[in-house]
Ligand binder design. Structure first.
Ligand code: ADP
Length: 484
């Protein structure tokens, strides 16, 4: 089989490398291409701001102090002149000579005029007259601004800032960047490898285990490991495996039970028939009755199995009609009347009509009463009650028998499920009765349930919606259309 898709490990490593390439590319761009303009931009903003703050102090006593502080703080040279080149205040931070310092009165005056013509301010980069790092010429940024003092005299503010040669920095950064790139690539590859292993290993393990499931081993335990998703997957598969295991066990049990249930009556029928054929005088009505009873057992079992397989195949359709449920229950109870030692008190109240499949609902009642009889023990009384609850009617069947353990209450509705695992013939149940009840009520959209106390008895109940009153044709049509 051709394997589709990339391995988790490959995907993670690939993703990591794409990420790394993007990051490194971005860093290179930022640090080499854009560093110079970025640096200039910052410097320009700085000199402008200094010019502003000098301008505010132009005619105050603090001008000198202010200029000195600013120059010291920023490492720049600052000069304030008038239109004739007279120096009013000036200061430079470093020991190095500055371009401004070299300008004499005449140069300053000419410069003033030039700046004035430029529109009152000029920003320019000049080659510094001094050498700097590695013999490379350093550059200076010169900013000039002409403004008027409070008393209206023209002033020129000159700010000079050295621009550290960026290429030297760029070289350093480049080396650093190469180092970072190499370290990141090595470290990242290791990391990607280990992460990928951590994630893919448990998935591979689970995959191996799941292959066993497909071959019918349901006792598999799916390993947990690594990430939460994988753990959850493991849990889900464990759950699935245990459910499949349960279903498989039930299937096996059913096969065993059904074969047993079929064989026992058949053996009886065969045995009695042979006795009646071979031994004169054994052809008695009692023996014939035994054969008939056993044949009845067989029929009931086969019918249950057929019903259930039809339900499960979804082949059952409801034949709804309006009928008197109360009368129907009474009718079913008469079928049990031949059990001379049992009594079936029915607390009914008014007659109640429902719109449902009559045959199926009677099967529900029959199965519940039949179970109550089978499990009622010494009491030999099965109590039936009919109650109206809002727009529904509830039928309950109560026995004072052995009850059902609380942890089994959910399972009894499952097909083939029996609380009593031993196959006692006196209780010729197949474990199908309640499953049929559940199927029928679900098809009707009804509700059902059971309350049971171990050793005290059980109450099984179901609820169906009441039928609309007889003369309401509209409601009947509604129900018909709902059914379709
Ligand atoms: P069965 O044919 O075995 O009665 P059912 O599906 O009708 O199968 O019932 C499933 C199981 O539920 C029974 O085997 C029995 O253990 C339990 N059960 C059903 N009804 C009662 C009841 N009234 N009292 C106690 N246990 C019951």
């Amino acid at each position: 089989m051709k394997k589709k898709g990339l391995k988790i490990g490959t995907q993670i490593t690939l993703g990591f490398w794409i990420f790394l390439i993007l990051i490194v590319a971005l860093l290179w761009l930022m640090q080499t291409v854009f560093l110079r303009p970025f640096y200039r931009g910052v410097k320009t903003a700085q000199v402008r701001a200094i010019a502003e703050s000098v301008q505010r102090e132009l005619e105050t006593e603090e001008l000198d102090e202010r200029v000195k502080n600013l120059a010291n703080d920023t490492g720049m040279a600052i000069l304030v002149t008038d239109e004739f080149g007279t120096r009013y205040s000036g200061y430079k931070a470093s020991q190095r000579e500055s371009l401004i310092e070299l300008m004499d009165r005449t140069t300053l005056r000419t410069f003033f005029d030039e700046v004035n013509q430029d529109g009152g301010s000029r920003l320019a980069v000049y080659a510094s007259p001094y050498t700097y790092l590695n013999g490379e010429r350093s550059e200076v940024l010169l900013y000039a601004k002409i403004c008027r003092s409070q008393s209206g005299n023209p002033r020129m503010i000159l700010i000079e800032s050295e621009i550290t040669p960026v290429s030297a920095v760029v070289d350093t950064l480049r080396i650093q960047l190469i180092a970072v790139t190499v370290i990141m690539a090595v470290l990242g590859s290791f990391l990607a490898f280990f992460i990928a292993r951590r994630i893919s290993k448990p998935v591979t393990d689970i995959n191996e285990a799941a292959k066993g499931l497909a071959q019918g081993y349901t006792q598999i335990h799916f390993p947990a490991g690594g990430t939460r998703e994988v753990n959850e997957l493991g849990e889900t598969l464990n759950y699935a495996a245990s459910e499949i295991g349960k279903a498989e066990n039930l299937r096996r049990e059913l096969l065993a039970n059904v074969s047993h249930d079929l064989r026992t009556p058949l053996t009886m029928i065969e045995g009695y028939a042979e006795v009646m054929r071979d031994i004169p005088g054994e052809n008695t009505p009692e023996n014939v009755q035994i054969i008939i009873d056993e044949a009845g057992r067989l029929t009931a079992l086969v019918n249950d199995l057929l019903d259930l397989s039809k339900f499960e195949a979804g082949e059952v359709s409801l034949k709804r009609e309006r009928f008197n449920l109360t009368a129907e229950v009474r009718d079913i109870l008469t079928r049990f009347d031949k059990m001379a030692d049992f009594t079936f008190p029915f607390d009914a109240g008014e007659e109640v009509w429902v719109y449902a499949d009559r045959l199926m609902i009677s099967q529900v009642v029959y199965n519940l009463v039949n179970n109550a009889v089978s499990y009622s023990g010494e009491d030999k009384t099965v109590y039936l009650r009919q109650e109206i609850r809002g727009s529904a009617v509830r039928i309950s069947v109560e026995d004072h028998g052995e009850g059902i353990p609380p942890d089994k209450l959910k399972d009894i509705w499952e097909r083939y499920y029996k609380v009593d695992r031993e196959h006692r013939r006196s209780r010729a149940g197949t474990g199908l009765g309640l499953s049929i009840v559940r199927n029928i009520l679900t098809l009707h959209g009804g509700t059902y349930g059971v309350e049971s106390v171990l050793g005290q008895g059980s109450t099984f109940w179901f609820e169906l919606p009441l039928a609309p009153s007889e003369n309401s044709d509209y409601n009947r049509e509604q129900n018909d259309s709902l059914q379709n």
